[in-house]
Design a protein around this ligand. Sequence first.
Ligand SMILES: NC(=O)c1ccc[n+]([C@@H]2O[C@H](COP(=O)([O-])OP(=O)(O)OC[C@H]3O[C@@H](n4cnc5c(N)ncnc54)[C@H](O)[C@@H]3O)[C@@H](O)[C@H]2O)c1
Ligand SMILES: [Zn+2]
Length: 389
Amino acid sequence: MNAGAAEQRVQPNQKPTHVTVPVALRSRAYDIHVGRGLLARAGELCTPVLKQRRVFIVTDSNVASLYLTPFTASLAAVGVRADHVTVPAGEASKDFTHLEQVLDAMLKAKCERGTMIIALGGGVVGDLAGFAASVLLRGVDFIQVPTTLLSQVDSSVGGKTGINTKVGKNLVGSFHQPRLVLADTDVLTTLPRRELLAGYAEVAKYGLLDDVGFWTWLEANGPTALAGGEKSHDLLRDCIVASCQAKARIVAADEKESGERALLNLGHTFGHAFEAEMGYGGALLHGEAVGIGMVLAFEMSVRLGLCPPADVMRIRSHFAAVGLPVDPPKQGPRGVITPAMLMAHMTQDKKMKDGALTFVLARGIGKAFLTTDVPPRVLEETLQAALTG
Ligand SMILES: NC(=O)c1ccc[n+]([C@@H]2O[C@H](COP(=O)([O-])OP(=O)(O)OC[C@H]3O[C@@H](n4cnc5c(N)ncnc54)[C@H](O)[C@@H]3O)[C@@H](O)[C@H]2O)c1
Ligand SMILES: [Zn+2]
């Protein structure tokens, strides 16, 4: 089925229930289904990729209380048995301790090579379950059922999995592509608004990267998409489909990030530095940090004479219009944040190449590119201006 094509099983006089985005990765190719009511149809949609009529679900405490029962009921309705493990909600579950608990639970449930692992939750569950699947019995298949906007547009697509260590975030992991992704827009109605907005920053990233048309569409439709209500379902679905198409295209061209895929890190070198300084305790969400980081990447591009200043104003005013923070936090748990503190985090980033920092800069909205050529003085000035502005 082509990207954007409506699904075929549509009742007369009914609008298509979902859209399918294919990820073209030869033997590891898979589909991303996006739309309403997909959790209730999980059994029917998952069955074609199951090798056994049993699955093992990894979820978190928040998602379990909202969606585990209807999800397992939909599997049971087609004769698929589901065991599960629930980890506490939050980033702290993406560690060695919980990885061990998840693997133990899978082994105690006698998961076999043919047992499908299902990640039901946000990016934390997706990264943890995906990594567990990639090492369980030397690798078993898994399905992503992302339940946050961020995980529907970003972490569930592309096959990066992993956990955090004491040294830093996402430093231990694997590339392990899912067999299927089910992104149900209905579940976004229970997502806290701050989490929804944080996910929207990653949606906006795809426009800023290489698609000014999508960015312009977001300027017109983003506020309604995020407002809730009937209209927002269709608009959010369109946001998710466009984002998955963009990510799928980039991942298909560069699965293991030897080149173009690194463009997806727009705003992330700055963002990760602020996240690390703020301590991952919920004071600054990943998507919020990425939004702030994208503003900084464009501001640094202006400072280097690469990008028109009017484009930064456009980004700032759209983020402000939807309610995303645009200015960085100036105080963290260690006190006043300085450029030196942030630059120290940046040099620990795993995206360092031969000791040089890689940045995604832009010649304008939709014109991002990679460079290792940023004078440290310009980086420091950019940070200084943002922290004192
Ligand atoms: N693998 C990748 O390519 C990739 C890309 C981006 C981010 N990530 C990772 O993703 C993680 C962040 O993901 P996230 O933002 O989804 O965070 P998350 O998984 O922690 O979810 C955010 C919060 O929302 C709750 N929640 C989830 N779905 C809900 C729903 N439908 N209704 C109500 N509450 C719900 C969760 O319990 C949690 O409290 C980070 O660990 C990040 O490193 C990975
Ligand atoms: Zn991100």
